[in-house]
Design a protein around this ligand. Structure first.
Ligand SMILES: [Zn+2]
Length: 872
């Protein structure tokens, strides 16, 4: 699934994945009965939101038995017959909703060997955005599936675990005038069986896991194209079909790239990509039928920002990478989810780096690593490989650890082996396990064999243990130059070292460079001495060449002083980003003072790489929001004006024809930072003028700066603007435009307008899928935060059904991590003691720990900020 975070300052971390919350007990199916093939026929009635299912499952019994247990939930069984040993027997059905299973029992023992289970059943198209569910747009109903992780069982009785791979043949009976998409190709479309209906048959799929089965039914229209002999379609509701052109172009080029990367060419006969009006995740990699939320797939070239375009490309590249990693080769069990998600998050940047070099995927990758390391510095983090059993535990594992840490660890190994050797290892692994399942150990065994390097020694230390190492580096030149390095677990709160009992140690590849040259990689444990291959003592030696490592670096003070003047000349943008990121982490941990960071950051006023500036900006905004107040805040805002004002005056609000994509994105970062950090009055009135002009049909804002401009204007805006924004968002056909204006409602500072915005969340006009993000926009606004939290508590009964689907509960809990005081912390803890969110319980621990870390930093560093400002 796509699980990406929106970029941009003050943006809510936009985690897109499904989180279930049914408190089911642990239950794995027995392995003595395995499915081989499913025949699935659905009769779908969109008007009554019901479906009838007729199913045959061909299974193999390893031993004689009277009972077959499989998964089923929220469906009504009408008749079950099992054919085994040449005779049919009626089966009784015992449902267990706690384990989400059905036990089918027959009177006479069935012999070992093949058996066929026939089931007639009915179900409801639900409003929970999972299983087989109802979606609505333009007054019409649609039926759509979302099965990952454990919801195929809501649509058909199934052996609903990833290791039970089988082939699937699907038939759909639907209304005349509607169409359907499934995993297979359409092989027949015949009228009937009743008047006004038609029946569509799809080709048998290759062997695959049940969570990858997909169906979409309704009035969809598709754009058609193709690449490398594979037909590709982008489908949407009729009013939005034309907005799929950008995605079609991207999908065609990405498929060609992957066919060049993998030795196995695209393994399925067609690719359909469907934009669904209500969709919980960002997107879902169903085999040959990728489903999407509209805003992540559809855009028109006029109103699309660089951020939109990147999102469309990145999510397509992510879901298409899964066709190999996930669909063709699937993790054995959900505890190795990182093999799917870490890999797809790493791989999504490969085609973009090749096809869209201006988007700086090397910088994006380091931002992923920084995000993962920030979470991994908490005591409440988890290891990549973590035991999971219940649906809630499985869903909770779709997190930054599976995605961004998984990707970062892959990238570290690629950096250590070199891209070609790594690619050979990947292809060997895929070839060995195609149409089957694999574990973490299968992956590092293949990598070790192909590379001849100790990947099976390195990877388990990063996959099976929680946390991130910090590598201390000291240069010694008494004899021939050497680096003394040591590594230990890094915590934002140093006291955690005593609280957390696990004492991991890592085998870390360090790749060294000096001002003169790169000098190779060494794998180091807890303590080591690395020779530096240079003739004389270098000024400095840097151990994270390419910024490929998954570790924090702590250089000795004299080495850091030697590095500083060479930052612009000797270090790439990813390396610069890793240096400032590590410095901030050391400040957060109390190892360095915030004054050191401010001195370093004050040198970034001329930084023109957006990824680097965005990282520095977000830290500077943290300082403003949490470490200054009253007089120190006014002084700090003047510092921010002096730092970012010149860049704003250089870039302006509007794009120039020659601007490349990075410059357009940089402009948005500067606008947001100068407003939120510098409270710049001239900018506020510029933004209001530009927004009003565009809302009244005048000159459009630059698409990439529009979101920033709208939120600046909203922050200083009044009731007239509030109404204009809401009206315009409801008129917008392009999802980009709609959400840009809608989420700006969260930026207002006037208490009455904050309340009006919050109340909009209670109306049916806000889709469930959008509710957590909408509320999050208020929680990320310091002026709205306390009111938003009070509102959420007060209206929990109404909001819970909208936020406990779609991973919304986790996103909401994470948004609360923006509080930085003990009263709010205790209140949050108390509230969720009585309002339990099983799938978000680890996220809640992390939120509480984050708030505690913020409180400690506020106490420790506020005086240092004031002193630094006074000394300027
Ligand atoms: Zn994914």
């Amino acid at each position: 699934m796509a699980f990406l975070r929106a970029r941009g300052i003050g943006a809510l971390p936009w985690i897109l994945c499904l989180l279930a919350c049914s408190p089911a007990g642990a239950q794995r199916l027995p392995t003595t009965i395995t499915p081989n093939h499913y025949d699935l026929a659905f009769d779908v009635d969109l008007a009554t939101a019901r479906f009838e299912g007729v199913e045959t499952i061909n299974v193999s019994l390893a031993q004689p038995s009277r009972r077959i247990t499989l998964n089923a939930l929220d469906i009504q069984f009408h008749e079950v017959t099992i054919n085994a040993g040449g005779s049919d027997q009626k089966a009784s059905v015992a449902l267990n909703t706690a384990t989400e299973t059905a036990a089918l029992t027959v009177a006479r023992e069935m012999p070992a060997g093949p058996a066929a289970i026939h089931v007639r059943y009915t179900g409801t198209l639900n409003d929970k955005l999972r299983g087989f569910y109802l979606s609505k747009a333009n007054g019409r109903n649609y039926a759509v599936t979302q099965f990952e992780s454990t919801d195929a069982r809501r649509a058909f009785p199934s052996f609903d675990e990833p290791a039970f791979k089988a082939t699937f043949s699907v038939t759909l009976t639907i209304d005349q005038g509607d169409t359907a998409v499934a995993n297979g190709q359409l092989v027949s479309d015949t009228p009937g069986p009743k008047p006004g209906r038609h029946t569509l048959t799809f080709s048998e799929t290759p062997k695959m896991s049940s969570y990858l089965v997909a169906m979409a039914v309704g009035d969809f229209r598709c754009l058609e194209g193709g690449s490398e002999g594979v037909p590709i379609r982008i489908c949407a509701t009729p009013d939005k079909t034309e907005l799929g052109r950008l995605a079609l172009d991207a999908a065609q080029r990405i498929l060609a790239f992957y066919n060049g990367y993998y030795t196995i060419k695209y393994p399925f006969k067609k690719l359909d990509v469907v934009a669904v009006p209500d969709f919980a995740a960002g997107a879902m990699e169903n085999t040959a039928a990728i489903f999407y939320r509209e805003v992540d797939l559809l855009a028109d070239s006029k109103s699309a920002s660089v951020e939109n375009l990147q999102r469309i490309w990145v999510v397509l590249a992510h879901e298409m990478a899964h066709q190999w990693f996930g669909d063709l080769v699937t993790m054995q069990w959900w505890d190795d989810l990182w093999l799917n998600e870490g890999f797809a998050t790493w791989m999504e940047k490969r085609p973009l780096a090749a096809l869209k070099p201006e988007w700086r995927m090397d910088v994006e990758a380091v931002l992923d690593t920084q995000r993962a390391m920030a979470l991994d510095a908490l005591g409440s983090t988890r290891a990549i490989h973590t035991a999971v059993e219940t649906p809630a535990e499985i869903e909770a594992s779709f997190d930054v650890i599976a995605y961004e840490k998984g990707a970062s660890v892959m990238r570290m190994i690629e950096g250590y082996l070199g891209p070609e050797v790594f690619r050979n290892g990947v292809n060997t692994y895929i070839d060995q396990h195609a149409y089957g399942n694999a574990t973490s150990a299968d992956f590092w065994t293949a990598m070790t064999k192909v590379s001849g390097k100790p990947i099976d020694r390195i990877l388990p230390t990063f996959v099976n243990q929680p946390g991130v190492p910090v590598v201390g580096v000291t240069l010694r030149c008494d004899a021939s130059p050497q680096l003394a390095v040591s590594s230990e677990r890094f915590f934002t709160d140093p006291a955690m070292a005593k609280v957390v009992r696990t004492k991991p140690s890592w085998e870390t590849p360090l790749c060294t460079k000096t001002p003169a040259a790169a000098s190779g990689c060494s794998v180091v444990g807890k303590q080591a001495t690395i020779p530096v291959e240079v003739a004389s003592c270098p000024r400095w030696a840097f151990v994270n060449t390419g910024a490929n490592g998954y570790f924090r670096s702590a250089y000795s003070a004299d080495m850091l002083r030697a590095i500083a003047p060479d930052i612009g000349s000797s270090f790439s943008e990813p390396e610069r980003l890793s240096i400032v990121g590590d410095e901030w982490a050391l400040v957060r941990a109390g190892r360095h003072s915030v004054a050191d960071y401010l001195t370093l950051a004050a040198g970034f006023g001329r930084e023109h790489a957006n990824g680097v500036l965005a990282e520095v900006s977000s830290r500077l905004l943290f300082v403003r929001d949490y470490l200054t107040s009253g007089e120190s805040q006014e002084k700090y805002e003047r510092f921010m004006q002096s730092l970012f004002g010149p860049l704003y005056r250089e870039l302006g609000l509007n794009a120039s024809p020659g601007d490349d994509d990075d410059k357009r994105a940089l402009r948005a970062t500067v606008i947001q930072t100068l407003d939120l950090g510098g409270n710049d009055a001239a900018l506020a009135s510029d933004a209001r003028r530009a927004l009003e002009k565009s809302l009244s049909g005048g000159a459009a804002m630059d698409a990439s700066a529009a979101k920033a401009i709208a939120s600046v204007a909203a922050r200083h805006g009044d009731q007239t603007l509030w109404t204009q924004l809401l009206d315009a968002s409801q008129r917008a056909n392009s999802p980009t435009e709609r959400y840009r204006l809608l989420y700006a409602l969260g930026a207002f500072e006037d208490p009455a307008l904050i309340d009006r915005g919050l109340n909009f969340a209670l109306t049916p006009e806000l889709r469930s899928q959008d509710t957590p993000t909408f509320l999050g926009s208020f929680l990320s606004n310091p002026m709205a935060r306390p009111r938003a939290w009070a509102f959420i508590k007060q209206h929990w009964n109404e909001l819970a059904p909208k936020t406990t689907i779609a991973g919304g509960d986790t996103r909401l809990v994470e948004s609360l991590g923006a509080f930085c005081d003990s009263r709010s912390r205790d209140d949050i803890k108390d509230f969720f003691k009585t309002h339990k969110l099983p799938a978000a319980s680890r996220a809640l621990d992390q939120t509480i720990e984050r708030i505690n870390n913020c409180i400690a930093m506020k106490e420790r560093e506020s005086g240092n900020v004031a002193a630094w400002l006074a000394a300027r």
